[in-house]
Design a protein around this ligand. Structure first.
Ligand code: TMP
Ligand code: ASP
Length: 232
């Protein structure tokens, strides 16, 4: 199959039919805009399975996603989307760049979830954008920004409950959206321990990519633990 795109953690191949593409999840990991790199054994398999499960489950709850089918343990078929050039982050507790930006203690609960938009632009290091910046760059209309925010908050409610049932706290996560060939807005990309912060409810043990970003060790085990709980 023809490779159409290779990113830091995934390859995308032309699909078996028009309008359909195949995503392949790699074990490669990067952090801090590619400055740090490693292989995490089994990560691709975990992220493919977890993404497929979450897309299927969100679909059952009425969320429109790009997921079509699971091909094998690293490959999913999805609708080809024209991506909106924004990353939509939702936060339920302070962590990562919000901790850096505000000085609030890591783990502080956030009563009304915080939604942020980042510019998908590796050369600029994916900077934070406000609504006016998004309009200036022509990335999305104010109506679309409002719709993305509403959709991200609905997905946050659903995913928070899904993970709570598995004794996990959804601290924060990143979503990407795009348009399918029929002009419908769909949730795209992946939802995995690469793109979510997930803490054990009882111990607050980090069970996500922060173990790699922060050299905490036990990275492979954390991904396997998420696989076990999500697929159960
Ligand atoms: P941050 O605290 O570094 O801004 O990350 C917020 C959330 O977004 C966290 O769950 C990790 C996820 N994320 C990505 O999926 N891709 C990225 O490039 C970054 C920076 C964060
Ligand atoms: N900054 C991303 C992360 O830490 C990965 C990267 O851009 O290399 O998740």
């Amino acid at each position: 199959m023809k490779l159409v795109y290779e990113g830091k953690a995934k390859r995308v191949y032309e699909g078996p039919e028009p309008g359909r593409v195949r995503m392949e999840f790699k074990d490669s990991a990067t952090a801090f805009n590619g400055q740090k790199r490693a292989e995490i054994a089994g990560k691709g398999v975990v992220n493919a399975a977890v993404s497929a499960r979450l897309f299927q489950w969100l679909g059952d709850q009425g969320v429109e996603t790009h997921y079509l089918a699971t091909v094998d343990d690293r490959q999913l078929d999805v609708e080809q989307l024209t991506m909106i050039g924004l990353e939509v982050v939702v936060r339920n507790r302070v962590a990562g760049s919000l901790h850096q930006r505000t000085g609030l203690a890591e783990g502080t609960p956030i009563a009304i979830p915080v939604v942020e938009f980042y510019y998908k632009n590796d050369a600029l290091g994916d900077p934070l954008l406000n609504d006016d910046h998004i309009r200036l760059l022509g990335l999305a209309s104010p109506d679309l920004v409002a719709r993305l925010k509403q959709e991200a908050l609905r997905i946050n409610q659903l995913l928070s409950a899904f993970f709570q049932d598995r004794q996990l706290i959804l601290v924060d996560f990143k979503l990407e959206f795009g348009w399918n060939p029929n002009g419908e807005l769909k949730l795209g990309d992946e939802i995995s321990p690469d793109t979510c912060r997930l803490w054990d409810e009882a111990t607050h043990e980090r069970l996500d990519k922060d173990r790699f970003r922060r050299d905490m060790g036990g990275v492979e085990d954390a991904y396997q633990e998420i696989y076990r709980r999500v697929m159960a």
